[in-house]
Design a protein around this ligand. Structure first.
Ligand code: XMP
Length: 322
């Protein structure tokens, strides 16, 4: 790996912002540039740096891929409007869901269903239409490390695994926070004046809810995990945990509903303590909280008859399921 890490201890947030603003200006030149905003703290930091560097030369796009959480696009547009950044929402749900049809293998899901559609299809079109030459995105040090180690093909890592984005997709990709891990990125976010809802936001994966559907990703199965995610996020918002999520399993189990046998679906809840997502331990949630989550999921999410809690550490588990 060529990139070296800037640790939290070594990071001077103000200098980092100054350096990256200059690097962004150099990468864009006089041309239009694009920021790929997902709404997480990583791409939020990149978008603000790029906005600072390029002003009206920058286009910021949020891709609605049909795999996002409830109300996500609206929320992000509102947050960034308050910061003076115009975000354009591009609805590409049909393209993603079509590419994911019939795909169950985790790496194939990431590669065919997410990476290819995102970069080759959706962004290539946006780049061409806008005349941009460079795309800014929030790849971080952990993304690169895990992809290079062959653990998981993160959707946004190319050069470090021998892919030249310019050749593969027709545009340059520039990654201003490539040397930082989460704690460093949050420190830069605070220094840039991002509101706490964004700077302290728990991580969310690039492949979105597709990373939390085991087996085939269909609109209906995404909706199931989306509803369960609402419950988990509401109940654990004050937990102080690093990340918490719901996963939809593929196997059905025998359950009972209205006094009758119901061969139904299962949701797995995960809640993690971690600083950088490289290693993680399950949060010791109290039993009443777990019970409340289970009761709400079974009541509010159609088709779910069983709820489990993951008590394994990372490793051997990963934070996400796919
Ligand atoms: P895992 O599941 O590998 O997740 O233990 C580690 C951290 O990375 C997030 N994650 C991703 N982030 N693109 C991203 O930008 C991805 O493809 C991706 N996959 C996982 C995950 O939510 C966790 O915080």
């Amino acid at each position: 790996m060529k990139t070296h890490e800037i640790t939290l201890e070594a990071l001077d947030v103000d200098q980092f912002a100054v350096d990256q603003v200059a690097a962004i200006q150099a990468a864009a030149g006089d041309a239009v540039a694009i920021s790929a905003l997902s709404g997480g703290v990583d791409s939020a930091v990149v978008t603000l740096l790029a906005h600072r560097a390029l002003g009206s030369q920058l286009r910021t796009y949020f891709i609605e891929n049909g795999l996002m959480r409830e109300g996500e696009a609206k929320q992000i547009v509102a947050w960034f409007a308050d910061l003076g950044v115009d975000v354009e929402v591009v609805d590409a749900s049909d393209k993603f869901l079509a590419a994911l049809e019939g795909v169950s293998d985790p790496e194939e899901k990431r590669e065919k269903g997410i990476t290819q559609v995102f970069y080759k299809d959706v962004f290539a079109e946006l780049v061409q239409a806008s005349g941009a030459t460079v795309l800014f995105q929030g790849t971080n040090f952990t993304d690169v490390e895990e992809t290079a180690a062959g653990i998981k093909r993160q959707h946004n890592v190319f050069e470090q695994i021998g892919i030249d984005p310019e050749k593969a997709f027709g545009y340059k990709v520039f990654e201003p926070i490539l040397q930082l891990r989460k704690p460093g990125i949050r420190a830069v976010a605070r220094a840039l004046g991002l509101p706490p809802e964004v700077s302290e936001r728990p991580p969310f994966p690039g492949p979105a809810l597709a990373a939390r559907v085991i087996g085939e990703v269909t609109a209906e199965r995404v909706e199931t995990v989306r509803k369960a995610t609402v419950v988990v996020e509401e109940e654990l918002a004050d937990s102080g945990a690093f990340q918490y999520l719901a996963i939809l399993h593929k196997d059905l189990v025998t359950g009972i509903r209205d006094g009758k046998r119901d061969f139904g679906q299962q949701i797995e809840v995960r809640c993690w303590e971690s600083t950088d997502a490289v290693t993680a331990t399950p949060t010791e949630l109290d039993f009443a909280t777990l019970r409340k989550i289970a009761d709400r999921i079974v009541a509010e999410v159609p088709g779910i008859v069983s709820v489990t809690y993951n008590i394994c550490t990372k490793p051997s588990s990963c934070i996400e399921a796919v």
